[in-house]
Design a protein around this ligand. Structure first.
Ligand SMILES: Nc1ncnc2c1ncn2[C@@H]1O[C@H](COP(=O)(O)OP(=O)(O)OP(=O)(O)O)[C@@H](O)[C@H]1O
Ligand SMILES: [Mg+2]
Length: 445
């Protein structure tokens, strides 16, 4: 899970916890509070009507007040006389004896009564409030509780919406903050990638929190030191090869002169072998120099036709070239690097296969393959022979070499995301060495 997602999840968790802790008790108590308010309002209205009825000669004088009270509580108000007979009904329909209703019976007995119960006639939950009238009689208020429940639900819905809104705003802010935290890290990653690809001058921007700035600074210092070390190493190899080459030239001249001075045929043969050794040493020094430079960003990339590169190598080495009908496929690399790598493969093919056998360069869409008819590789040798200084069975048996050719080819091609491999030809005999690009690119990356 990415850092950004983690931060957002943590924030959502904390926000949810806070919202639940604050809102759940409120939502629970809202029901009780609204209920208590409704009950006390009903009692007050009932007492008001009862006071009027007690003072009036005829309860019907309180008809108007009863109507208003009914409107206030959105219910129905009844005034009954001492025998339980309805005298006033705000709904204007009830007549007769209501004395057997439990709340009216209680009020007639002088008690204030309030209860929620199910009304069979209305088929709904109602709140019944009844109070006694001084001097005989009672006032009863009935109201539906469904309305109360609806009001409570509305209030709870409102709370839930506020909670959601807070969560949404919190997460939006969190997203911004998470981005601010993650951005310096992804820039650092970008710089690390650039450096990994060989651009040793790339640096991470120093930005963000103090910790992130310290990290970027440390990273940049490390990169700087690494670049200096690498440069030092390359300079050392360059200097060393230069220093070695001068005495080698001197040595070669001395051997020449010794030969010219006239020596016995045996000594002459030894001197010739000595010159060959000098050539080998000089070649090794050159290759080491190239290896130490690989990984530097020098030659710029361009779009190269694999078929062109194969044709050029064919001309250099006078070997056959096969274009597998892909002449419009290009790869991204420095042409000089590709030429050098192909040369290493063709040189091997020519060196290690018998005279008169055929060497072929094949151009594929994103690869160049060199095929020969030589001895091929011993079992399990494929990965080893690409290592530096490693010579395989054919190498040890055949022409002298240093074991650096394939390593150099691989090093040069790795810059261009291409892989160098060698394996036995299927079907054999012979070896197939390949330079495989990650992909053919229709345009510059
Ligand atoms: N076409 C081939 N057929 C058989 N074996 C091969 C072939 N190409 C390479 N090899 C084996 O791989 C080994 C390593 O090859 P590489 O080119 O790296 O070094 P080298 O040819 O020995 O020396 P040099 O540094 O002079 O090229 C060789 O010694 C040889 O054993
Ligand atoms: Mg070689």
């Amino acid at each position: 899970v990415s850092l950004r997602t983690r931060l957002l999840l943590a924030l959502a968790y904390v926000l949810l916890l806070a919202i639940v802790a604050l809102e759940v008790p409120l939502a629970l108590s809202i029901g009780e509070r609204v209920d208590a308010e409704v009950r006390s309002q009903a009692s007050n209205q009932a007492l008001l009507v009862a006071a009027c009825a007690a003072d009036a000669d005829d309860p019907r004088e309180c008809q108007g007040l009863a109507g208003r009270a009914a409107g206030n509580v959105r219910g129905r108000v009844l005034i009954v006389d001492g025998q339980g007979t309805v005298r006033v009904d705000s709904a204007g329909t009830a007549t007769g004896d209501f004395g057997n209703r439990p709340e009216i019976a209680a009020a007639l007995a002088g008690r204030t009564f309030q209860e929620r119960r199910r009304s069979e006639t209305l088929d709904q939950e109602i709140l019944a409030t009844a109070v006694p009238v001084r001097g005989g009689g009672a006032v009863r208020i009935t109201q539906s509780v469904d309305a109360v429940t609806r009001a409570v639900n509305r209030a709870r819905l409102g709370l839930a919406l506020i909670g959601l809104l807070v969560l949404a705003i919190g997460l939006a802010l969190g997203y911004v903050i998470a981005n601010q935290v993650a951005r310096p890290l992804s820039r650092l990653e970008h710089a690390a990638r650039q450096i990994g690809e060989g651009d040793l001058d790339a640096r991470a921007p120093v930005e963000g929190s103090p910790e992130q700035r310290t990290l970027a600074t440390a990273f940049n210092e490390m990169t700087g030191r690494m670049a200096r070390l690498l440069k030092g190493q390359q300079e050392f190899v360059a200097d060393a090869s230069h220093q070695l080459r001068t005495p080698l030239t001197g040595l070669r001249l001395r051997l020449d002169e010794a030969r010219a001075a006239g020596v016995s045929p045996e000594a002459e043969a030894e001197l010739r072998e000595g010159e060959k050794e000098i050539d080998r040493l000089a070649a090794t020094i050159d290759e080491l120099l190239i290896l130490s430079r690989a990984g530097e960003h020098d030659a710029p990339g361009e779009l190269v036709l694999t078929a062109d590169a194969a044709r050029r190598a064919g001309e250099r080495w006078r070997v056959g070239v096969v274009d597998t009908g892909v002449s419009d496929q290009r790869v991204w690399c420095a042409p000089a690097d590709l030429d050098r790598a192909i040369d290493a493969l063709v040189e091997n093919a020519v060196n290690y296969s018998p005279p008169g056998s055929e060497v072929t360069i094949v151009a594929e869409p994103a690869a160049v393959v060199v095929l020969d008819e030589g001895p091929g590789l011993a079992a399990g040798e494929e990965a080893l022979v690409v290592e530096r200084f490693h010579r395989g069975s054919a190498g040890r048996a055949g022409a002298p070499g240093t074991g650096l050719g394939l390593a150099i080819a691989r090093e040069l091609m790795s810059r261009w995301h291409a892989d160098v491999k060698i394996a036995n030809r299927q079907p054999g005999p012979g070896a197939a060495a390949r330079i495989d690009f990650a992909k053919a690119s229709p345009e510059a990356p």
